[in-house]
Design a protein. Structure first.
Length: 78
């Protein structure tokens, strides 16, 4: 894997674990991101999760999933 992808992985891995209340939301981002709504985000905010944490954890799970899919494709092609 390229140096840039490793740096990207290290960046998301350095984030603290997400709050437990984000579990279902992050799974939705990982598996069906197109269905995430403003209401999903609002519910997290109502649970006391800051916009910064929501953003960081959303990006982190999306990056991890993208890297997982890239690695899977590389195994098939390679």
């Amino acid at each position: 894997m390229s140096e840039h992808l490793e740096r990207l992985r290290a960046g998301v891995d350095a984030l603290p674990a997400p709050p437990a209340a984000m579990g279902a939301y992050l799974e939705k981002v990982r598996t069906r991101a197109v269905t995430v709504t403003d209401a999903d985000v609002q519910a997290l905010k109502e649970d006391g999760i800051s916009e910064d944490v929501i953003f960081e954890q959303t990006v982190a799970v999306a990056v991890r999933e993208g890297l997982r899919r890239l690695e899977a494709a590389d195994r098939v092609i390679g």
